[in-house]
Ligand binder design. Sequence first.
Ligand code: FES
Length: 141
Amino acid sequence: MQVAAVPTDHRYRKRRPLETGNGAIIAMTSDNLVKVCELSDIPLNDMRCVSLSDRNVLVANTEAGVFVADEMCTHEDARLCDGNLSGTKVKCPLHGSRFELTTGQVLDDPADTNLVTYPVTIVDKSIYISLNLTESDKQKT
Ligand code: FES
């Protein structure tokens, strides 16, 4: 799959983002599962931004489970992994909107658009997400 790299905005960088091997998707199964990182890479009740080949995602390891969503706030250009995680809610570092990671639902202004979230599968202590690839995308991989 050839997709342009997503530029990383380092203005709010606090946590070291994880790299998954030159930013490339390092594993994709026939079920369209994409390996994001190892479970051990994300301490409990913490989160990281992870760069994949075609998108950057936020990975949160919570008491309620592991959740993956797009890393950028839906309001403006702020990386949510530089915000605060409280339970399954992430707070944007720039203007304070909160998002529920279990659903992606935006909880506070000024953001008014829900966050894209991804179904998560844990296999052998590795975190995978499901991507809804089009038939065209599948042929490119
Ligand atoms: S950039 Fe996140 S709330 Fe404004």
